[in-house]
Design a protein around this ligand. Structure first.
Ligand code: GTP
Ligand code: PEP
Length: 225
């Protein structure tokens, strides 16, 4: 059967995604109460499940991880990510712009997206749905589950990549004129994990194997209501 114009308009592997990963010693501080001595392991596991899902998505040509921590650098490179150091060392948005610069050198024909490393329930098919919707706008973003922050920000080829993560980044991305993507069937793309309650919500959706293994080590109140 012939493909429709709309289907042909969305090339496979059209995106390079940049995933920022803080030095683990400073990561996931809002999980400290619940995760205790497993906080760093949880941050690493969540990033691993996020990157593995992104690499399994057929719309994704490459994943660029920006990190200065050798442990996630090694583990995420082993999954197939390209790792670049956080040379700007000036916070999240400069790290993302740096990674996107490398992405555009390596894959100039792709759009570039910034994907949160905090999406342990991420499903490749749901990421594909979000990226296909993102193809329809110069800049687009997916708000987090609370609709306050952002989990994915995208810029099509040739469009300046100017992420505005941090705090109320949904409002900041809207103010840039980026298109908000709130389509059905992308819950796993929106389910970021910052707090114990977020982790419970992600576990209810179903998390990847790395996060499931660490969650099994956490005290009951963290993983159950
Ligand atoms: N490479 C890099 N990644 C960062 C930086 N700041 C934040 N990130 C990453 O961006 C995402 C969102 O970061 P935050 O919400 O600020 O930090 P967090 O570690 O998730 O959580 P908290 O410590 O509880 O604030 C996480 O995946 C972080 O690892 C940075 O300066 N450089
Ligand atoms: C930095 C952000 O996320 P977080 O909720 O992880 O702080 C953001 O959404 O812009």
């Amino acid at each position: 059967m012939a493909m429709s114009t709309a289907e042909r308009a969305v090339p496979r592997a059209a995106w390079t995604l940049v995933v920022p990963v803080k030095v683990l010693a400073r990561a996931k501080t809002r999980m400290a109460d619940g995760a205790g001595r497993h906080r760093e392991a949880l941050a690493l596991a969540v990033a691993g499940d996020t990157v593995a899902a992104a690499l399994s998505c057929d719309r994704v040509r490459a994943v660029i991880v920006v990190t200065d921590d050798p442990l996630p650098a090694a583990e995420l490179a082993a999954l197939g990510a390209t790792v670049v150091p956080d040379e700007p060392d000036a916070g999240l948005n400069p790290a993302l712009v740096h990674g996107a610069g490398r992405g555009r050198e390596l894959h100039p024909d792709t759009g570039v997206g910034a994907l949160s490393a905090d999406l342990p329930a991420l499903r490749p098919a749901e990421l594909a749905r979000a990226l296909d919707a993102a193809s329809g706008a110069a800049e687009a973003f997916v708000p987090d589950a609370a609709r306050v922050g952002t989990t994915l920000y995208t810029a099509r080829p040739g469009v300046p990549f100017a992420p505005a993560f941090g705090g109320g980044s949904r409002a900041a991305h809207l103010a840039r004129g980026a298109r908000e993507l709130v389509l059905p069937g992308i819950d796993s793309v929106r389910r970021d994990v910052d707090t114990p309650a977020d982790l419970r919500a992600a576990l209810a959706l179903g998390v990847g194997p790395r996060t499931a293994a660490v969650a099994a080590l956490l005290p009951e109140p963290i993983i159950r209501h």
